[in-house]
Design a binder for this molecule. Sequence first.
Ligand code: FPP
Length: 236
Amino acid sequence: MEKRQKLPGHVGIIMDGNGRWAQERGLSRSLGHKAGSENLKSLCTHIFDLGIPILSVFAFSTENFKRDAAEVQYLMQLFVKMFEKEFTFLKEKDVRVLFSGRRENLPKEVLRVMDRLVEETANGSNGIFHICLNYGGQTEILDLCRKISEKVEAKEISSKDIDFSLVRANLYQDLPDLDLVIRTSGEQRISNFMLYQSAYAEYYFPKVYFPDFDAEQFDLAIEEFQKRTRKFGGTK
Ligand code: FPP
């Protein structure tokens, strides 16, 4: 891989296949999520060391609450452990953590460790690790419509002031668009992940399950990205 050349500025990962990874090994789905979380930690180190400035991951969708209660509970406990202990290395790496999603329905303990991680990494200037949790892309657009219409109703702005910069500023986070979206496990769907921000993203669908999507696999995704010609609706 030509490391310094044509690196994506913003990569998104839909971390799919934890459950299947575990089931194929005769393990519980929870152990698949644990393996996924360990992989995410080492992948983060690799990605920020490469010099990629923004990484977004889909940790939990609004629809994931439909899963078995024990699995949801395990995931919530795993988030607490990761945000409280395992991700503190991001402070030393000077990486800022941001979250997107609705706060409602998340346990208080999860919200507490999320807020603390955001606060403790707020000055990070070496990259952004953006975690989508209790997130849905359509819900983000709906929440944006509500926020903007409230401003119009309050006469803070008029409808003529609504432009792309105002829209972007009212998404959950004001981040540049995604350049590359990776979904592991062979599924070829976007599943409500950062719909607005992925308008011109390149997509990559490796067959491996997320726990096996390691640094070497990530480099293959970057190599593929470097071969793509991006036209953004133009001709070149
Ligand atoms: C999808 O695989 C994965 C999830 C719903 C959870 C992703 C969570 C992690 C990787 C844990 C760590 C994350 C953070 C941010 C600390 P699946 O369960 O749908 O797999 P399957 O399709 O094979 O069943």
